[in-house]
Design a binder for this molecule. Structure first.
Ligand SMILES: Nc1ncnc2c1ncn2[C@@H]1O[C@H](COP(=O)(O)OP(=O)(O)OP(=O)(O)O)[C@@H](O)[C@H]1O
Ligand SMILES: CC(=O)C(=O)O
Ligand SMILES: [K+]
Ligand SMILES: [Mg+2]
Length: 577
């Protein structure tokens, strides 16, 4: 028997109904009913009733318990983590893995899911649609059959001017002083010192004397002659050409910005998006976003297509996107700091401050942010990271990024699971340090809401987190339809984990990317918040995850029409006895 106590507003009949509905036999004992302007009709209480609830809930038959367990979509990995490490030990930073040939079997995907993968990323630049479909099906199968909660992201190819091919499968050495031809002509084979660019207009606007930089510094050239669209260049800084090398042009120390010449969404991208939507992916990450228009265009399309639960992420990987950062963040549902391409467009020494700035603005505007690329690059080849890589990962966690992403480390490397465990350990360690140092207290929150209800929700969440930290509660429970309250809590980066109960599966999958949020799918009542609270606490307790003495802060904003309160927002603190 468990007893849940608290000060609540509820009708006792509804509590009993709700508890019974969820397969539990219940007794409501010691309920002090104080009818306030209550209207009695046909022997039933209508209107506002204030009740101090002390609900004693007894466990029903085995069948009923099983049913009740099935009602709670609580993923097995969070459950295991909670049992092993307790509430405070639960990892807050989310992990994204790029899926590629090295990790696409059902067994490998399961190992990544067990290792803490929250989101699987499929890069539409590589492989066939059938290959991606196969991976999507495997992940959905694992979610359904093994109780994981792994969201799926597709990442569009986008239009990239800056891709080069030298015909060799591996890297080619470039010596200082050597002369190279860069051409967009399609060649059968590659004569020595010839490189093919992926886009016909690659040299438009480029002048003799401009500097051509490979992969943000792998090698550099000076343009010495222009013949039609071809460029003849002399190597000024020796280095390497990797396959699919990226390049940029510089003049007087500044990037010659060219991304706006190409559409963010190509025909192939639209076809990939259509594929993703029909397969029910949770996120679409847009490559080479230049402004908010392409984000809005895709969001409108998803709205027309009744796919509102598909969230749109904008990848910041061009100079143009940096110049329009705030409008892009406001238009999208989340951001990826795509450092691979970004590092080709801006000098690499600027990456750390730019990353910190993007991460800060995203948190202030309440959008999740993923820090991506080269986090543990050396682990594509080696089973251990460099200490500098661990420091980089920890820095992203210290900045309170919502998520970290593996690229080649999981897609093609033999140590993908190990790389994931490095992210897991490094982020847990840094989160602990941030708590010990009370770093959350220095977070600045810029006011967001404009309308009164939005401002109220925001203030409630800000205050709730301050209270939760000061009181040292074990967990925050929030009940949410579209995830707004959960994200507003997460934005404050609280010490306890946030359990976000939602009856909307799209919301659940989207919240997977949100710092510190454990989304739980459950059938919630629209009009009786107290019953939702009692039912979810009981279900969690029944799984052995709430113990006597645990303190839970409950934050809710679902409408409570039954008691005529309209939108009823509250913070309650409950002790499990
Ligand atoms: N589905 C896939 N099939 C085959 N190889 C893949 C796949 N996904 C990724 N890879 C390989 O893993 C490497 C890293 O993947 P990732 O998608 O992060 O890099 P990328 O291609 O540089 O990203 P982007 O083009 O979005 O900037 C790629 O260069 C590619 O070799
Ligand atoms: C992830 C990605 O697209 C990049 O880093 O460029
Ligand atoms: K991509
Ligand atoms: Mg990129």
């Amino acid at each position: 028997m468990a007893v849940v106590t608290g000060n609540s507003i509820i009708s006792p009949s509804l509590l009993t109904n709700r508890v019974t509905q969820f397969g539990l036999k219940s007794e409501v004992s010691g309920a002090k009913v104080v009818p306030r302007r209550a209207i009695r009709s046909g022997g039933k209480v209508k209107g506002k009733v204030r009740v101090v609830v002390k609900a004693a809930v007894q466990i029903g038959g085995l069948e009923q318990v099983k049913k009740a367990k099935e009602e709670l979509g609580f993923d097995v990995v969070s459950e295991g983590e909670l049992r092993e490490k307790g509430f405070l030990g639960m990892r807050k930073t989310k992990l994204v893995c790029t899926i590629g040939p090295a990790c696409c079997s059902l067994e490998d995907l399961e190992k990544l899911a067990l290792g803490g993968m929250n989101v699987a990323r499929l890069n539409m630049c590589h492989n066939t649609r059938d290959w991606h479909l196969d991976v999507i099906k495997k992940i959905k199968k694992l979610n359904e059959e093994k109780g994981f909660c792994v969201s799926i992201m597709i990442d569009t190819e986008g239009s990239q001017i800056q891709l080069l091919d030298h015909g060799a499968p591996s890297s080619v050495k470039v010596e200082e002083g050597s002369i190279w031809l860069f051409t967009a002509q399609k060649l059968e084979s590659y004569p020595p010192f010839t490189v093919q660019a992926s886009y016909d207009g690659f040299s438009e606007g480029i002048e003799v004397g401009d500097v051509l930089v490979i992969d943000g510094g792998m090698a550099s050239f000076e343009v010495i002659e222009k013949a039609g669209n071809d460029l003849c260049c002399r190597c000024t800084d020796s280095g390497l050409f990797l396959p699919r090398a990226k390049f940029s042009f510089w003049r007087d120390g500044k990037l010659v910005a060219r991304n706006s010449e190409l559409p963010t969404l190509s025909k192939k991208d639209w076809a990939d998006i259509e594929f993703g939507v029909s397969e029910g992916v949770d996120f679409i990450a847009l490559s080479f976003v230049n402004d908010a228009d392409s984000v809005r265009q895709l969001k409108n399309y998803l709205y027309m297509r009744s796919s509102r639960s598909t969230r749109v992420l904008a990848k910041i990987e061009s100079l143009e996107s940096l110049q329009k950062l705030e409008e892009i963040i406001e238009a999208c549902d989340g951001i990826m700091v795509a450092r691979g391409d970004l590092g080709v467009e801006i000098p690499y020494e600027q990456i750390p401050t730019v990353q910190e700035e993007i991460t800060r603005v995203c948190r202030e505007l309440n959008k999740p942010v993923i820090v991506a690329s080269q986090l543990l690059e050396s682990m594509v080849e080696y089973p251990t990271p460099t200490r500098a890589e661990v420091a980089d990962v920890s820095e992203a966690v210290r900045q309170y990024a919502d998520a970290l992403m593996l690229s080649g480390e999981s897609a093609i490397g033999p140590y993908g699971q190990k790389a994931l465990s490095v992210l897991q350990m490094a982020s847990s360690r840094m989160e602990l340090w941030s708590r010990e140092e009370n770093r959350q207290s220095i977070l600045h929150q810029r006011p967001l809401g404009v309308s009164l209800p939005d401002r109220i929700a925001e203030q409630i969440c800000n205050c709730a987190v301050e209270m939760a930290n000061n009181l040292g509660v074990d967990a925050i429970f929030v009940y949410t339809k579209h995830g707004q309250m959960a994200t507003l809590l997460s934005r404050n980066r609280p010490y306890p984990p946030i359990f976000a109960f939602t009856s909307d599966n799209g919301t659940r999958m989207a919240l997977n990317l949100q710092w510190g949020v454990i989304p739980v799918l459950v059938d919630l009542s629209d009009d009786e918040m107290e019953a939702n609270i009692a039912m979810t606490m009981e279900l969690i307790r029944r799984k052995g995850m709430l113990k006597p003495g645990d303190v839970v802060m409950v934050v809710s904003d679902l409408a409570s029409t039954h008691i005529n309160y309209g939108a009823f927002q509250s913070i309650q603190v409950k002790t499990v006895v």
